[in-house]
Design a protein around this ligand. Sequence first.
Ligand code: AMP
Ligand code: TRP
Length: 323
Amino acid sequence: MKTVFSGIQPTGKVHLGNLLGAINNWVELSNEENKNYFCVVDLHSLTTHPDPETMEENIFETIKVLVASGINLKNSNIYIQSNVSEHVQLSWILSNFCQIGELQRMTQFKEKADQLGNHAGILTYPILMAADILIHKANQVPVGDDQTQHLELTRNIVERFNNTYGEIFPLPERKTGKVGARLMSLRHPENKMSKSNDDLNGTIYFDDSKDEIIKKFKSSVTDSDDVIKFDADSKKGISNLIDIYSSLNDLSHHEVENKFENLKYGEFKIEVGESVVSYLEPIREKYNSMSNGDIASLIKNNLEEVKDSAKKTMDEINSALGI
Ligand code: AMP
Ligand code: TRP
């Protein structure tokens, strides 16, 4: 049996990149015989100084989307990071097994440090992420492509810690789908799709209406040669659309190319848009059927087991450290 951990920040609306790159794999793993921890990482989101007025609503909204996506709640614990203080305690311990240079080399740090005001939180962000993964000794981490570097860092930390104090942690592995691991903005296909793209038309949010979705796909940026062929280097826009269709219909890129060989870009964009509409519709419906009260009791029911698991790991670590 595997132990699975993954996290999502409660910063803004869940988008198609989150769903296809990460959450769909969470759903898959939750339907296998695994122990699953899915965490809304509110402490990580403090790096962006979010508005306290909207924090709770964002956390609840994110958890509702996770449930609406079909995570099997029977063998999954969904919880909020700040409810389990061991995450931060372990983070401090792990920071002693991580080089400053490693943190400075993280792409996310290089991209975001200036934008977020160069505070230490954005530098040490990956150490807290390592603590998240290790607090329940997870060995499987389903994340999108953009988190690969952070996971590599976690593995380095594990090796150093275990070399010094014994085999306490497993070496966690990343789990990603063959397709959809890095969705790009529909408007700026050289950038990844994100919750806060400059151009909102580049991101499909989980609760976009049918009309909005089709409109966004119609206005997606492609090249001018009108040939539906996957080439992530020179045809980024159309490759992104092929990737989305592949992921939603369980087809390889090649199968999608063959299926739509004779279509014009304009027609293909609508096909992709319609696939997205049918995928998101049931998620939105289920989302709307849930109340904040449902989510509050879900969190309450999971918390004791999560805390016990975190405490058990901390006890073992403290004892290994002699503290
Ligand atoms: P975040 O919204 O940054 O908290 O990301 C939550 C999860 O979604 C992480 O596993 C990310 O790797 C994944 N993710 C975020 N953006 C994308 C994207 N554009 N394509 C694929 N996966 C993504
Ligand atoms: N850093 C991740 C992101 O921005 C979120 C995250 C925090 C995470 N802790 C984690 C993902 C632990 C996987 C495991 O997407």
